[in-house]
Design a protein around this ligand. Structure first.
Ligand code: GLC
Length: 468
Protein backbone atom coordinates (compact mmCIF):
# COMPACT_ATOMS: atom_id res chain seq x y z
CA UNK A 1 0.00 0.00 0.00
CA UNK A 2 2.65 2.45 1.01
CA UNK A 3 4.76 1.44 -2.00
CA UNK A 4 1.87 2.18 -4.28
CA UNK A 5 1.33 5.60 -2.72
CA UNK A 6 4.95 6.52 -3.23
CA UNK A 7 4.70 5.46 -6.85
CA UNK A 8 1.56 7.54 -7.40
CA UNK A 9 3.11 10.55 -5.72
CA UNK A 10 6.24 10.30 -7.81
CA UNK A 11 4.21 10.09 -10.96
CA UNK A 12 2.15 13.06 -9.87
CA UNK A 13 5.27 15.11 -9.23
CA UNK A 14 6.68 14.15 -12.61
CA UNK A 15 3.43 15.12 -14.30
CA UNK A 16 3.38 18.45 -12.50
CA UNK A 17 6.97 19.06 -13.53
CA UNK A 18 6.22 18.15 -17.12
CA UNK A 19 3.31 20.60 -17.11
CA UNK A 20 5.41 23.38 -15.73
CA UNK A 21 8.01 23.06 -18.43
CA UNK A 22 5.99 24.42 -21.34
CA UNK A 23 5.32 27.54 -19.32
CA UNK A 24 8.96 28.04 -18.43
CA UNK A 25 11.22 29.93 -20.79
CA UNK A 26 11.94 28.15 -24.05
CA UNK A 27 15.60 27.15 -24.51
CA UNK A 28 17.26 27.92 -27.82
CA UNK A 29 20.22 26.23 -29.42
CA UNK A 30 22.61 27.71 -31.97
CA UNK A 31 20.80 26.55 -35.10
CA UNK A 32 18.20 28.25 -37.27
CA UNK A 33 15.50 25.63 -36.69
CA UNK A 34 15.65 26.27 -33.00
CA UNK A 35 15.90 30.07 -33.35
CA UNK A 36 12.92 30.16 -35.69
CA UNK A 37 10.71 29.05 -32.81
CA UNK A 38 11.15 32.41 -31.14
CA UNK A 39 7.89 34.37 -31.07
CA UNK A 40 7.48 38.13 -31.21
CA UNK A 41 6.94 39.12 -27.57
CA UNK A 42 3.66 40.79 -26.67
CA UNK A 43 5.31 44.04 -25.60
CA UNK A 44 6.55 44.74 -29.13
CA UNK A 45 3.18 44.03 -30.71
CA UNK A 46 1.53 46.32 -28.21
CA UNK A 47 4.07 49.16 -28.24
CA UNK A 48 3.38 50.53 -31.77
CA UNK A 49 5.73 53.50 -31.42
CA UNK A 50 9.47 53.64 -30.82
CA UNK A 51 12.02 56.43 -31.15
CA UNK A 52 15.13 55.86 -33.26
CA UNK A 53 18.11 58.05 -32.35
CA UNK A 54 20.91 58.70 -34.85
CA UNK A 55 23.72 60.39 -32.97
CA UNK A 56 27.43 60.33 -33.71
CA UNK A 57 30.37 62.22 -35.22
CA UNK A 58 28.20 63.15 -38.20
CA UNK A 59 26.03 65.18 -35.79
CA UNK A 60 28.92 67.68 -35.58
CA UNK A 61 28.93 68.84 -39.25
CA UNK A 62 25.18 67.95 -39.42
CA UNK A 63 25.04 68.67 -43.10
CA UNK A 64 23.52 67.05 -46.20
CA UNK A 65 21.76 68.34 -49.32
CA UNK A 66 17.98 67.87 -48.83
CA UNK A 67 17.69 65.85 -52.03
CA UNK A 68 14.45 64.06 -51.18
CA UNK A 69 13.01 60.99 -49.52
CA UNK A 70 14.54 57.55 -49.94
CA UNK A 71 12.62 55.75 -52.67
CA UNK A 72 11.59 58.98 -54.41
CA UNK A 73 15.00 59.72 -55.94
CA UNK A 74 16.90 57.42 -58.30
CA UNK A 75 19.92 55.80 -56.71
CA UNK A 76 22.68 57.38 -58.78
CA UNK A 77 21.37 60.83 -57.85
CA UNK A 78 20.88 59.60 -54.29
CA UNK A 79 24.47 58.61 -53.49
CA UNK A 80 26.02 61.61 -55.24
CA UNK A 81 23.72 63.98 -53.32
CA UNK A 82 23.02 61.90 -50.25
CA UNK A 83 20.37 63.49 -47.98
CA UNK A 84 21.33 61.18 -45.09
CA UNK A 85 23.52 63.39 -42.89
CA UNK A 86 24.84 60.27 -41.13
CA UNK A 87 26.47 59.35 -44.47
CA UNK A 88 28.66 62.48 -44.29
CA UNK A 89 31.93 60.52 -44.27
CA UNK A 90 30.95 58.64 -47.43
CA UNK A 91 29.71 61.82 -49.11
CA UNK A 92 32.97 63.72 -48.51
CA UNK A 93 34.86 60.81 -50.04
CA UNK A 94 33.05 61.62 -53.30
CA UNK A 95 35.15 64.44 -54.70
CA UNK A 96 33.14 67.48 -55.80
CA UNK A 97 29.89 66.24 -54.31
CA UNK A 98 27.84 68.93 -52.58
CA UNK A 99 28.91 67.60 -49.20
CA UNK A 100 32.58 67.46 -50.27
CA UNK A 101 32.33 71.14 -51.28
CA UNK A 102 30.65 72.07 -48.02
CA UNK A 103 33.34 70.22 -46.08
CA UNK A 104 36.22 71.82 -48.02
CA UNK A 105 34.74 75.28 -47.49
CA UNK A 106 33.87 74.84 -43.81
CA UNK A 107 36.70 72.70 -42.44
CA UNK A 108 39.25 72.42 -45.24
CA UNK A 109 39.62 69.77 -47.91
CA UNK A 110 41.98 67.59 -45.86
CA UNK A 111 40.23 67.90 -42.54
CA UNK A 112 39.90 64.35 -41.26
CA UNK A 113 36.35 63.31 -40.38
CA UNK A 114 37.47 61.57 -37.20
CA UNK A 115 38.67 64.89 -35.80
CA UNK A 116 34.97 65.62 -35.14
CA UNK A 117 35.43 63.27 -32.16
CA UNK A 118 36.98 66.08 -30.16
CA UNK A 119 33.89 68.30 -30.49
CA UNK A 120 31.56 65.35 -30.07
CA UNK A 121 33.23 64.25 -26.82
CA UNK A 122 33.25 67.79 -25.45
CA UNK A 123 29.61 68.48 -26.35
CA UNK A 124 28.12 65.14 -25.30
CA UNK A 125 29.46 65.78 -21.78
CA UNK A 126 26.68 68.40 -21.47
CA UNK A 127 23.87 66.06 -22.48
CA UNK A 128 20.99 65.32 -20.06
CA UNK A 129 19.65 61.86 -20.93
CA UNK A 130 16.63 62.21 -18.62
CA UNK A 131 15.34 65.07 -20.80
CA UNK A 132 15.32 62.78 -23.84
CA UNK A 133 13.59 59.99 -21.95
CA UNK A 134 10.94 62.45 -20.81
CA UNK A 135 10.40 63.83 -24.33
CA UNK A 136 10.22 60.35 -25.90
CA UNK A 137 7.82 59.05 -23.24
CA UNK A 138 5.64 62.15 -23.66
CA UNK A 139 5.57 61.50 -27.42
CA UNK A 140 3.88 58.19 -26.61
CA UNK A 141 6.85 55.98 -27.48
CA UNK A 142 7.29 52.71 -25.63
CA UNK A 143 10.85 51.97 -26.74
CA UNK A 144 14.00 53.66 -28.00
CA UNK A 145 16.71 52.43 -30.38
CA UNK A 146 20.11 54.17 -30.36
CA UNK A 147 22.89 53.99 -32.99
CA UNK A 148 25.70 52.43 -30.95
CA UNK A 149 27.97 52.28 -34.00
CA UNK A 150 26.99 53.70 -37.36
CA UNK A 151 28.79 53.13 -40.67
CA UNK A 152 31.65 55.47 -39.68
CA UNK A 153 32.73 52.92 -37.05
CA UNK A 154 32.73 55.30 -34.06
CA UNK A 155 31.15 53.62 -31.02
CA UNK A 156 28.91 55.46 -28.58
CA UNK A 157 30.20 53.41 -25.69
CA UNK A 158 33.77 53.05 -24.38
CA UNK A 159 34.23 49.55 -25.75
CA UNK A 160 36.81 47.13 -24.36
CA UNK A 161 37.08 45.51 -27.79
CA UNK A 162 40.19 46.68 -29.63
CA UNK A 163 39.67 48.10 -33.13
CA UNK A 164 41.58 45.91 -35.58
CA UNK A 165 43.32 48.88 -37.21
CA UNK A 166 42.55 52.23 -35.71
CA UNK A 167 42.34 52.63 -31.94
CA UNK A 168 40.37 55.36 -30.21
CA UNK A 169 37.12 55.32 -32.17
CA UNK A 170 35.01 55.28 -29.03
CA UNK A 171 33.12 58.01 -27.24
CA UNK A 172 34.51 59.01 -23.87
CA UNK A 173 31.16 59.14 -22.13
CA UNK A 174 29.10 55.95 -22.02
CA UNK A 175 26.25 57.35 -24.09
CA UNK A 176 24.66 53.94 -24.60
CA UNK A 177 24.64 53.16 -20.87
CA UNK A 178 23.45 56.59 -19.84
CA UNK A 179 20.57 56.54 -22.31
CA UNK A 180 19.59 52.95 -21.44
CA UNK A 181 19.38 53.89 -17.80
CA UNK A 182 17.34 57.06 -18.38
CA UNK A 183 14.98 55.35 -20.82
CA UNK A 184 14.31 52.47 -18.42
CA UNK A 185 13.76 54.85 -15.52
CA UNK A 186 11.00 56.44 -17.65
CA UNK A 187 9.39 53.01 -18.16
CA UNK A 188 10.49 52.51 -21.78
CA UNK A 189 12.50 49.68 -23.32
CA UNK A 190 15.94 50.14 -24.83
CA UNK A 191 17.06 48.71 -28.17
CA UNK A 192 20.46 48.98 -29.86
CA UNK A 193 21.32 49.70 -33.49
CA UNK A 194 24.69 48.48 -34.77
CA UNK A 195 26.11 48.74 -38.28
CA UNK A 196 27.26 45.15 -38.74
CA UNK A 197 27.92 45.10 -42.48
CA UNK A 198 29.48 48.49 -43.17
CA UNK A 199 32.37 49.96 -41.25
CA UNK A 200 34.05 52.77 -43.13
CA UNK A 201 36.92 52.92 -40.62
CA UNK A 202 37.94 49.52 -41.96
CA UNK A 203 36.70 49.54 -45.56
CA UNK A 204 37.01 53.10 -46.90
CA UNK A 205 35.76 52.29 -50.42
CA UNK A 206 33.17 55.00 -51.18
CA UNK A 207 29.65 53.79 -51.88
CA UNK A 208 28.08 55.25 -55.03
CA UNK A 209 25.46 52.65 -55.90
CA UNK A 210 23.07 50.15 -54.33
CA UNK A 211 25.29 47.32 -55.59
CA UNK A 212 28.20 48.83 -53.69
CA UNK A 213 26.22 48.93 -50.47
CA UNK A 214 26.21 45.13 -50.53
CA UNK A 215 29.63 45.02 -52.20
CA UNK A 216 31.38 46.94 -49.41
CA UNK A 217 30.11 44.73 -46.58
CA UNK A 218 33.25 43.44 -44.85
CA UNK A 219 33.65 39.67 -44.95
CA UNK A 220 36.93 39.08 -43.15
CA UNK A 221 37.82 36.97 -40.16
CA UNK A 222 39.26 39.85 -38.05
CA UNK A 223 36.22 42.05 -38.71
CA UNK A 224 33.83 39.19 -37.92
CA UNK A 225 35.57 38.69 -34.55
CA UNK A 226 35.33 42.45 -33.94
CA UNK A 227 31.61 42.72 -34.77
CA UNK A 228 30.76 39.54 -32.82
CA UNK A 229 32.67 40.84 -29.79
CA UNK A 230 30.84 44.18 -30.08
CA UNK A 231 27.42 42.53 -30.18
CA UNK A 232 28.35 40.30 -27.24
CA UNK A 233 29.63 43.27 -25.28
CA UNK A 234 26.51 45.31 -26.04
CA UNK A 235 24.23 42.46 -24.95
CA UNK A 236 26.15 41.81 -21.78
CA UNK A 237 26.56 45.44 -20.72
CA UNK A 238 23.20 46.89 -21.72
CA UNK A 239 20.68 43.99 -21.94
CA UNK A 240 19.01 45.42 -25.05
CA UNK A 241 15.36 44.63 -25.76
CA UNK A 242 16.05 44.82 -29.51
CA UNK A 243 19.11 43.89 -31.59
CA UNK A 244 18.76 46.27 -34.51
CA UNK A 245 21.54 45.44 -36.96
CA UNK A 246 22.12 47.31 -40.22
CA UNK A 247 23.31 46.37 -43.74
CA UNK A 248 24.26 42.72 -43.36
CA UNK A 249 26.96 41.01 -41.40
CA UNK A 250 30.34 39.37 -42.04
CA UNK A 251 29.68 35.82 -43.18
CA UNK A 252 32.31 34.55 -40.73
CA UNK A 253 30.22 35.92 -37.84
CA UNK A 254 28.74 33.57 -35.24
CA UNK A 255 25.16 34.68 -35.42
CA UNK A 256 23.34 31.50 -34.33
CA UNK A 257 25.50 31.32 -31.19
CA UNK A 258 24.97 35.00 -30.37
CA UNK A 259 21.23 34.79 -31.00
CA UNK A 260 20.70 31.61 -28.95
CA UNK A 261 22.58 33.10 -26.00
CA UNK A 262 20.61 36.32 -26.36
CA UNK A 263 17.18 34.67 -26.45
CA UNK A 264 18.10 32.34 -23.57
CA UNK A 265 19.04 35.33 -21.44
CA UNK A 266 16.29 37.64 -22.69
CA UNK A 267 13.31 35.69 -24.04
CA UNK A 268 11.48 39.01 -24.51
CA UNK A 269 14.18 40.36 -26.79
CA UNK A 270 13.83 40.80 -30.56
CA UNK A 271 16.17 40.61 -33.52
CA UNK A 272 15.58 42.60 -36.71
CA UNK A 273 16.07 41.30 -40.26
CA UNK A 274 19.10 43.34 -41.32
CA UNK A 275 21.72 40.77 -40.40
CA UNK A 276 20.25 39.25 -43.63
CA UNK A 277 19.93 35.98 -41.73
CA UNK A 278 17.64 32.95 -41.72
CA UNK A 279 15.60 33.94 -38.71
CA UNK A 280 14.38 37.35 -37.58
CA UNK A 281 11.49 38.65 -35.52
CA UNK A 282 10.48 41.57 -37.71
CA UNK A 283 11.19 43.33 -41.00
CA UNK A 284 12.30 46.96 -41.30
CA UNK A 285 10.97 48.92 -44.29
CA UNK A 286 12.78 52.27 -44.50
CA UNK A 287 10.87 55.34 -45.70
CA UNK A 288 8.24 52.84 -46.79
CA UNK A 289 5.13 51.19 -45.42
CA UNK A 290 3.21 47.99 -46.07
CA UNK A 291 -0.26 48.61 -47.41
CA UNK A 292 -1.65 45.19 -46.40
CA UNK A 293 -1.96 43.46 -43.07
CA UNK A 294 1.22 41.42 -42.74
CA UNK A 295 1.51 38.05 -41.03
CA UNK A 296 5.12 38.91 -40.20
CA UNK A 297 5.60 41.70 -37.72
CA UNK A 298 7.13 44.82 -39.30
CA UNK A 299 8.51 48.13 -38.16
CA UNK A 300 8.76 51.11 -40.49
CA UNK A 301 11.54 53.58 -39.80
CA UNK A 302 12.10 57.07 -41.11
CA UNK A 303 13.27 60.53 -40.14
CA UNK A 304 10.91 63.47 -39.78
CA UNK A 305 12.65 64.98 -42.79
CA UNK A 306 14.93 63.31 -45.36
CA UNK A 307 17.72 62.33 -42.97
CA UNK A 308 18.27 60.26 -39.82
CA UNK A 309 21.30 62.20 -38.53
CA UNK A 310 20.63 65.85 -37.67
CA UNK A 311 20.75 67.98 -40.82
CA UNK A 312 20.98 71.72 -40.16
CA UNK A 313 19.97 72.41 -43.78
CA UNK A 314 16.49 70.98 -43.38
CA UNK A 315 13.66 73.43 -42.83
CA UNK A 316 9.89 73.07 -42.37
CA UNK A 317 9.49 72.44 -46.11
CA UNK A 318 11.43 69.15 -45.70
CA UNK A 319 9.85 67.99 -42.45
CA UNK A 320 6.60 66.05 -42.11
CA UNK A 321 3.65 67.94 -40.65
CA UNK A 322 2.12 66.67 -37.41
CA UNK A 323 -1.03 65.75 -39.35
CA UNK A 324 0.94 63.61 -41.78
CA UNK A 325 2.93 61.99 -39.00
CA UNK A 326 -0.20 61.01 -37.06
CA UNK A 327 -1.94 59.66 -40.17
CA UNK A 328 1.22 57.67 -41.00
CA UNK A 329 1.37 56.06 -37.56
CA UNK A 330 -2.30 55.10 -37.67
CA UNK A 331 -1.96 53.60 -41.13
CA UNK A 332 1.10 51.57 -40.06
CA UNK A 333 -0.63 50.29 -36.92
CA UNK A 334 -3.76 49.28 -38.83
CA UNK A 335 -1.52 47.10 -41.03
CA UNK A 336 0.09 45.40 -38.02
CA UNK A 337 3.27 47.48 -38.04
CA UNK A 338 5.17 49.64 -35.58
CA UNK A 339 6.69 53.03 -36.33
CA UNK A 340 10.28 53.67 -35.32
CA UNK A 341 10.35 57.42 -35.66
CA UNK A 342 13.78 58.97 -35.88
CA UNK A 343 15.19 61.91 -33.98
CA UNK A 344 18.55 63.42 -34.89
CA UNK A 345 19.98 65.34 -31.91
CA UNK A 346 22.82 67.87 -31.95
CA UNK A 347 26.13 66.85 -30.33
CA UNK A 348 25.21 68.51 -27.00
CA UNK A 349 22.00 66.49 -26.89
CA UNK A 350 19.71 69.38 -27.78
CA UNK A 351 16.92 68.55 -30.22
CA UNK A 352 15.80 71.08 -32.82
CA UNK A 353 12.53 72.92 -32.21
CA UNK A 354 10.84 71.41 -35.23
CA UNK A 355 11.58 67.83 -34.14
CA UNK A 356 10.42 68.61 -30.60
CA UNK A 357 7.26 70.19 -31.96
CA UNK A 358 6.34 67.06 -33.95
CA UNK A 359 7.04 64.74 -31.01
CA UNK A 360 4.99 66.88 -28.67
CA UNK A 361 2.00 67.05 -31.02
CA UNK A 362 2.15 63.33 -31.63
CA UNK A 363 2.23 62.78 -27.85
CA UNK A 364 -0.80 65.00 -27.28
CA UNK A 365 -2.69 63.05 -29.90
CA UNK A 366 -1.59 59.71 -28.42
CA UNK A 367 -2.67 60.78 -24.94
CA UNK A 368 -6.21 61.20 -26.26
CA UNK A 369 -6.34 58.43 -28.85
CA UNK A 370 -3.86 55.82 -27.61
CA UNK A 371 -6.70 53.51 -26.59
CA UNK A 372 -7.23 52.62 -30.25
CA UNK A 373 -3.48 52.31 -30.93
CA UNK A 374 -1.59 50.56 -28.10
CA UNK A 375 -2.34 46.88 -27.84
CA UNK A 376 -4.66 47.04 -30.85
CA UNK A 377 -4.76 44.35 -33.52
CA UNK A 378 -5.67 44.74 -37.18
CA UNK A 379 -9.39 44.80 -38.02
CA UNK A 380 -10.80 42.77 -40.92
CA UNK A 381 -9.87 45.65 -43.13
CA UNK A 382 -6.99 48.05 -42.40
CA UNK A 383 -8.43 50.92 -44.41
CA UNK A 384 -11.62 52.08 -46.03
CA UNK A 385 -13.12 55.33 -47.20
CA UNK A 386 -15.81 57.84 -46.60
CA UNK A 387 -18.44 58.64 -49.22
CA UNK A 388 -16.61 61.87 -50.05
CA UNK A 389 -13.36 59.99 -50.71
CA UNK A 390 -11.62 60.52 -47.38
CA UNK A 391 -9.36 57.82 -45.95
CA UNK A 392 -10.37 55.82 -42.87
CA UNK A 393 -8.17 53.38 -40.97
CA UNK A 394 -9.45 50.67 -38.66
CA UNK A 395 -7.97 48.87 -35.65
CA UNK A 396 -9.62 46.74 -33.01
CA UNK A 397 -9.22 45.69 -29.41
CA UNK A 398 -11.31 42.69 -28.51
CA UNK A 399 -14.87 43.48 -29.58
CA UNK A 400 -14.28 47.19 -29.99
CA UNK A 401 -13.58 48.72 -33.38
CA UNK A 402 -11.77 52.02 -33.85
CA UNK A 403 -12.25 54.09 -36.99
CA UNK A 404 -9.72 56.85 -37.67
CA UNK A 405 -10.88 59.69 -39.89
CA UNK A 406 -7.97 61.62 -41.38
CA UNK A 407 -9.70 64.00 -43.73
CA UNK A 408 -12.91 65.12 -42.08
CA UNK A 409 -13.39 65.65 -38.35
CA UNK A 410 -16.62 67.65 -38.18
CA UNK A 411 -20.19 67.50 -39.51
CA UNK A 412 -21.85 64.43 -41.05
CA UNK A 413 -19.53 61.81 -42.53
CA UNK A 414 -20.46 58.53 -44.18
CA UNK A 415 -18.15 55.55 -43.64
CA UNK A 416 -18.50 52.92 -46.34
CA UNK A 417 -18.85 49.20 -45.70
CA UNK A 418 -19.59 49.60 -42.02
CA UNK A 419 -22.75 48.17 -40.47
CA UNK A 420 -24.12 48.90 -37.03
CA UNK A 421 -27.16 47.23 -35.50
CA UNK A 422 -29.37 48.68 -32.78
CA UNK A 423 -27.00 47.47 -30.02
CA UNK A 424 -24.15 49.53 -31.50
CA UNK A 425 -22.64 52.48 -29.69
CA UNK A 426 -20.36 55.07 -31.26
CA UNK A 427 -18.35 57.76 -29.47
CA UNK A 428 -15.45 60.05 -30.19
CA UNK A 429 -12.29 58.94 -28.39
CA UNK A 430 -11.71 61.35 -25.58
CA UNK A 431 -15.14 62.90 -26.31
CA UNK A 432 -18.80 62.00 -26.09
CA UNK A 433 -21.27 59.77 -27.95
CA UNK A 434 -22.28 60.61 -31.52
CA UNK A 435 -25.47 59.95 -33.46
CA UNK A 436 -25.40 57.46 -36.31
CA UNK A 437 -27.73 56.38 -39.12
CA UNK A 438 -27.31 53.25 -41.22
CA UNK A 439 -27.60 54.14 -44.90
CA UNK A 440 -27.48 50.89 -46.85
CA UNK A 441 -23.99 49.50 -46.50
CA UNK A 442 -22.61 52.76 -45.09
CA UNK A 443 -22.78 54.32 -41.67
CA UNK A 444 -23.46 58.02 -41.38
CA UNK A 445 -21.94 59.60 -38.30
CA UNK A 446 -22.67 63.08 -36.94
CA UNK A 447 -19.24 64.34 -35.94
CA UNK A 448 -18.85 67.11 -33.34
CA UNK A 449 -19.33 70.73 -34.41
CA UNK A 450 -15.79 71.71 -33.43
CA UNK A 451 -13.16 70.25 -35.77
CA UNK A 452 -10.34 68.12 -34.29
CA UNK A 453 -6.85 69.41 -35.11
CA UNK A 454 -5.69 66.02 -36.45
CA UNK A 455 -7.05 62.54 -37.19
CA UNK A 456 -10.27 61.91 -35.26
CA UNK A 457 -10.90 58.47 -33.74
CA UNK A 458 -14.30 56.85 -33.27
CA UNK A 459 -14.85 54.06 -30.80
CA UNK A 460 -17.46 51.60 -32.01
CA UNK A 461 -18.78 49.14 -29.44
CA UNK A 462 -21.15 46.23 -29.94
CA UNK A 463 -23.12 45.21 -32.98
CA UNK A 464 -20.71 46.35 -35.72
CA UNK A 465 -19.61 44.61 -38.85
CA UNK A 466 -16.87 45.70 -41.18
CA UNK A 467 -17.03 44.43 -44.73
CA UNK A 468 -13.90 44.13 -46.85
C1 GLC B 1 20.17 52.65 -43.70
C2 GLC B 1 21.15 53.77 -43.75
C3 GLC B 1 21.32 54.44 -42.49
C4 GLC B 1 20.21 54.45 -41.51
C5 GLC B 1 19.39 53.23 -41.52
C6 GLC B 1 18.08 53.36 -40.78
O1 GLC B 1 20.64 51.46 -43.89
O2 GLC B 1 22.38 53.41 -44.30
O3 GLC B 1 21.99 55.63 -42.56
O4 GLC B 1 20.84 54.33 -40.32
O5 GLC B 1 19.29 52.58 -42.64
O6 GLC B 1 17.14 52.45 -41.17
Amino acid sequence: MSTRRTFVCTLGAAAAFAQRRPNGPMRFTADWNSLRRHQVPAWFNEAKLGIFVHWGLYSVPAWAPPTGELGKVDFSTWFANNPYAEWYLNSIRLKNSQTWRHHAKTYGEDYDYYRFAETFNRETAKWQPAAWAKLFAAAGARYVVLTTKHHDGFTLWPSRVAHPERPGLNSQRDLVGDLAQAVRAAGLRMGLYYSGGLDWSINPTPVTSMAQVAGTVIHTEPYARYADAHWRELIERYQPSVLWNDIGYPRQGQLPEIFADYYNKFPEGLINNRFTQDHFDFTTPEYAVMDRIQGKKWEACRGLGFSFGYNQVEGPEHVMSAAKLIALLVDIVSNNGNLLLNVGPRPDGSISDIQQDRLTKLGEWMARNGEGIYGSTPAANPAGKTADGGKVNFTRRGDTLYAFLHDRTTGPVTIENLFLDSAGKVSVLGGGPVKTTQKGSALQVELPAAPAPYTLALKIENGWQLAR
